[in-house]
Design a protein around this ligand. Sequence first.
Ligand SMILES: Cc1cc2nc3c(=O)[nH]c(=O)nc-3n(C[C@H](O)[C@H](O)[C@H](O)COP(=O)(O)O)c2cc1C
Length: 354
Amino acid sequence: MNKLLEKLKIEIPIIQAGMAGGITSPELVAAVSNAGALGTIGAGYMSPTSLKKSIHTVKELTSKPFAVNLFAVNLEVFSTDINEMQKLLNTYRKELGIEMGKKQVKVKDYLQEKIYLIIKEKVPIVSTAFGVLSSILIDRLKKNNITLIGMATNLEEALLLQDAGYDLIVAQGFEAGGHRGTFNTVKYPRGCEISLHVLVQSLIKNISLPIIAAGGIYAREQIAGLLKQGASGVQLGTRFLVAEEAGTNDSYRRAILKADYGDTVITNAFSGRPARALRNEFIDEMEESGIPILPFPIQNELTKDIRAAGSDFAISEVQSLWAGQGAGGITKEETAREIINSLHQENAAKKVDV
Ligand SMILES: Cc1cc2nc3c(=O)[nH]c(=O)nc-3n(C[C@H](O)[C@H](O)[C@H](O)COP(=O)(O)O)c2cc1C
C-alpha cells in the first residue's frame, strides 16, 4: 500500500494545502476529508481561539482525519520604522476610503499555544512551512502520535526536515501558488526556484520519506505522472481556491477563473516574503515605487487592511491573489468532492508502492 495513505489514514493521495487567510473554511476542510483526501486548516495567522472554533466545526462535519498547517517561524514583531512604507500605503487607503495607517506595527506569535491546542484536540496531522519546528515542539507532537509534514523547496531543506523527525515531505516546486516555503530568503530572495519535476526527482533519489508533490497541479494527468515518477501523493492549493466550500471572495474567484498560465509572478510586495500571485496593479506600483519592502511579517501586517478592503469592495487590483502557474487550467467552480473526483485516477495510488 502507498505509505502516504497508510501514514495519513486516507484513501486518495491528494492533500488540500493549508492556506492561511480565511480560504480553508471548515466546510472546505471537511468536504475534502469526507471525499477521502486530506483537508487542511490554514492556521498560520490564526489566533488560538479561532483555530479552536475551526477545529470544532471541522470535527462536527467529518470524522475523517484532517490536518492543521502552521508557520515554523516566530511571527512576533514590533516596529516603528515603517513611515516611508505607510506613506505609500496611505495613498491606497485614501483611495479606498479607509483609515490611515498607524505609526507602529505589532504582531503576536501564538505558535506554542496552537501546538498545545492541536495536541489537546487530538488533531492527527500537522504540516508546517518556512522552516523546521524546534526540537521541543517536534518531540511534543510526536509523543502525542501526531504525523508531521514539512514543506521543502530544495534538497537541503528536505534533509533538515528528515533529520528533525518529520514523517513526510512536500516538494514545493517553483510553480506553486502563495508563499514560497523556502527557509532562507536572504540566500534566495525569490524563494528557491527549482521546478517541480526536478525537485521531486532530487528528493525521491535522496530522501527516504514519502514525497508529496506540490506546485501548479490542476489536472489528473499531472497527478498520474507524478505518482508514476515516484511521488507518494500530491498537494494542491490553487485548484481548491474555486471550490464552492472555500472562503475565497468572489472577485478573487473571478480572477482565478479568468487567469492564463503566464499571469502569475513572484512578489514580496504584500507580505515581505516571496510568493506567487496573479500580477495586478498593487504589485506593479509597489515595485515601481522603489521604496524598500519591509520584512515579513511587518509588510504583511501593514498591507492587511488594504487587502481586506479590496476583498470587501471587490477590487482585485489591491488584493493578494495568490495563485500557482496552473491557474490558467482552472475553468470552473465545483464542489470539493467534484474537484477530487476529477483529479483522482482510480487506483493510481495502488499501482505504486513507494
Ligand atoms: C492562497 C494560498 C495560500 C497559501 N497559504 C499557505 C500556507 O498558509 N501555508 C503553507 O504551507 N502553504 C501555503 N500555500 C502553498 C501551498 O502549501 C502549496 O504549496 C501550493 O498551493 C501548491 O501550488 P498550487 O497552488 O499551484 O497548487 C498557499 C497557497 C495558496 C494558493
